[in-house]
Each structure stands twice: as C-alpha cells, then as structure tokens.
Design a binder for this molecule. Sequence first.
Ligand SMILES: [Zn+2]
Length: 326
Amino acid sequence: MVLSAFSFILFAGPPDVSLLFGGDLMLNAVPVKAAPLRALAPQAAKHDAFFANLEIPLTDVRTATARKTPKELRERDQYILKADPKHIASLKQAGITAVSLANNHAMDYGWRGLAQQNDALDAAGIPHAGAGKNAAAAARPTTVIAGKHRIALISSLAFMSRTALWKCTPATTKQPGIMVLPFNGTINDDARTKLKSWIGTARKNHDLVVVALHWGIERKAVPSPYQVALGRACIDAGADIVWGHHPHVLQAAEIYEGKPIMYSLGNLVSPTPAQSALISAKLQDGKWSLNVLPTAISGARVKFSASRADYDRRVRLFERAYISKQ
Ligand SMILES: [Zn+2]
C-alpha cells in the first residue's frame, strides 16, 4: 500500500516527450530530385514527432484563386504559388509527422488543389489541420501520436486585417477553406472566449494541445505586440505549445507560464538561400525546455549549421521589447 502510493507520487507527472518544430515549407520551384529535406531525417528520428507548416499547396490543379487580383500579383502585393505533388515523398524523407495548413497560400489553387494535396497526405499517413470542407472541419484538431501522448494539432491563420484574411479564403459554414481567427488585432474578452472554446474542444480526447498560428509581419526580427498578446492568450486558454510561422525569418521563443511559445520558425526550406532554425521542445519531468537547432538553406536544400548567433540576437531584441518593460 505504502509502496504503491509512493510509486504514484513518483510517476504522477506527464510522460516525457520530444517534439521537433520547423517553419514554412516553401517548396515552390524546389525540384523533388534535390531531396531538399533529407538532411533533417536523423534529427527527426531523435524526436517523437516533427511538425512543419505546409505553406505551398502540392498540386497540379491549374485554376487559381480569384481573390488575389491580377493587379496585386503584378505589384507583388500577393503571390499565387504551388509545388510539385511528388514532394509528398520529400516530407516522408524528412520524417515530418504532421503539418499545419491554415496559411496564406493553402487555397491558392482553390479547394480542388488543396483536396488533391490532402488526399495525398492521407495516403502517406501525415495528419494535417487547419483546412476543411467547412469552418467546423477547418477548426477541428488532428491527432498526432507522440510517445505516450495523444497530441491535438490545431491550426489557424491569424492576420490582423479581415481583408488580408479574406484573400486567403477562410472556410465558412458552407464553403471549404482555411481556419482563421478574425480578432482584428485585438485580444478582448470575446476573443478569449473563442480561444477557450477552440482550444478546449481540442483538449477533449487529447492530453497535449499544439496551436499552430500563421501570423506576424514578413521579415520582422521581433514579433508584433499582437503576436505576443495572442500567443500568451492561447496559453491562458489552455494550449500547451504555440508554434508560429509566416514572417519567413526567425523570431524569438519564450517559456510563458511554463509553456513554450515559438513566435516564428522562419523558412524550413525555400528556393532561395537563407539562415533559419528548427526548435526542439522537450517535456522532461513535467518541465518544458527549448533547444534551437540552426540551419542553412542553399541550393534549395536545408542542412544543420553550427552558429546560433543570429537566433540569440533575436532573443535579445525580444527581451528588450517585451520582457524589460514588464
Ligand atoms: Zn505565409
């Protein structure tokens, strides 16, 4: 009796788990034969799950969205992109176990384009979240089994302007599209209630909730105040991890109320050269820790690199902007 009570205390915490997070898969103009993600596989194998944002639809559908106008495309305000459907093999080669889809390119070739990709993801056994035949389906969590955990992955586009969200085809009660959080940049009581409901639904039948947010301003080294307010509100509403992407560059990560918030992972791969990183999040003895794994992209291939000076500079900028003022 005494022994079993003692054992219970020893093993009362959540089981350990290790999760790998990457940013935007910019696979447009990346040849499949380049094996762009192959170098990530050994690191992925050391983790229980590997999450990435599938930014560009893998499709050969030709009819593009009409919401991004010829004028916007000409002026490079908007881009319509797609990538070779055979890149499903690149995801498998990297050891990617789940992808987020609520981003600004997923619907570039409409639901036909995205459905073609999602069928291929299903056939490859890669769970995906953030897009669906209607708003309820787009909001629904997908389940990722990682070690002893059943993880809920939910995914949303979280731009500040409603017009910018509309361009990316949000799902409605009747129309397919992506999940969006339409808070107009303000986290008020109404927004907090909506977050609690969305995250609370994901919590049912899962013991960890990962919230993927596609947000922020491109090329900014420091997250905007809206990202910080929304990221922390998601943790307050019950999320275990907030995982951000879209700025195409790295932004700092922090542990807030004991839970990780990664503001932007930067590009996971892109046709153009870049410095970036993956983040390894480990839950050990009930405590989360983060480890930054810097990468370099060149020749449309990603490789691990040695220096984390670039990331450390971004952490200092974040701390100056947000921590020293608290
Ligand atoms: Zn994006």
